[in-house]
Design a protein around this ligand. Structure first.
Ligand SMILES: [Zn+2]
Length: 275
């Protein structure tokens, strides 16, 4: 008896430590876990099933397939003569941007936009997302690959590799074609982790509305050059109001709801300006 109680006593600190460790681990489990190849397929399948039944199959638009043959989808909501584009996941290691798009899909499905057509592209770089890399499968940073006047063949750091030529990547070509065909009047692209509302083109009013709700500062300059970026292509060169909504790498559910509200407020501002 004595020896058993001694053993129990000697194990007690370990048991307490283990319990505390498990509690801490549970507390730090990310609410929006990184995508894996398997979980990504499940999430996309879920989106497709929900939206094809709820909105009608024609609300789903297959824009094309990625370098590794993954479909790149757009989900369409509302109707009207003008178009807005909301997009995430152009950088594959910015998973919070894709979770934000998932939440936007859920919210937009229950809203009425009668003078704006909204396209959501939840994942612009699916190959990068499942491999958790910024770049696409060809190791090109798609947000440095747009055919802008300031595109450069080298970008210094490898993670910003702009590709062999401007617009070389199939994912960039898909987006450029979408922009040409749909001529959006307003664009939001979600990124991470800089925690700010960056804007290009005449988008200061949208940025101010979003900054107030998201709690992140509005910035016209992100602090370093971004040749070949989508914001340069659409905002600076085509004068389409373009918001680059920079989230944090991991966001709490409460903050994510704030960011969804910020996106919706900007879309409503566009609608009010039209109607
Ligand atoms: Zn990014």
């Amino acid at each position: 008896m004595l020896s058993r109680s001694l053993i129990h006593k000697s194990r007690a600190p370990f048991v307490i430590f283990l319990a505390l460790f498990l509690i801490v681990c549970a507390g730090h489990k990310p609410t929006y876990p990184p995508f894996t190849e398997k979980s990504y397929d499940q999430v996309v399948e879920n989106w497709l099933q929900r939206f094809s039944s709820k909105q009608g199959a024609d609300s789903l638009v297959l824009l094309g397939t990625s370098t590794q043959d993954r479909p790149i989808w757009a989900h369409r909501f509302g109707q009207g003569s003008r178009t807005a584009l909301v997009m995430g996941g152009i950088h594959g290691d910015e998973h919070s941007s894709v979770w934000l798009m998932s939440m936007c899909l859920d919210t937009l499905a229950f809203m009425d936009f009668d003078s704006v057509k909204i396209y959501v592209i939840p994942v612009a770089n699916p190959d990068g997302l499942v491999k958790n890399t910024r770049q696409n499968a060809n190791k090109v940073d798609l947000n440095r690959n747009f055919p802008t006047a300031n595109w450069k063949p080298s970008a210094g750091e490898r993670s910003y590799a702009p590709g062999p030529f401007a617009g070389s990547e199939i994912e960039t070509q898909i987006l450029v074609r979408f922009l040409s065909e749909h001529q959006p009047a307003f664009i939001i692209t979600a990124h991470a982790p800089l925690a700010c509302v960056n804007y290009d083109g005449p988008a200061e009013n949208y940025a101010a509305v979003m900054a107030e709700i998201s709690g992140y500062p509005a910035k016209s300059d992100i602090g370093y050059p971004t040749p070949g970026s989508m914001g340069t292509f659409t905002g600076d060169e085509r004068q389409i109001p373009t918001i680059t909504l920079e989230l944090q790498k991991i966001e709490s559910p409460e903050r994510m709801h704030d960011h969804v509200r910020a996106v919706l407020a900007a879309l409503k501002l566009l609608q009010n300006q039209i109607s």
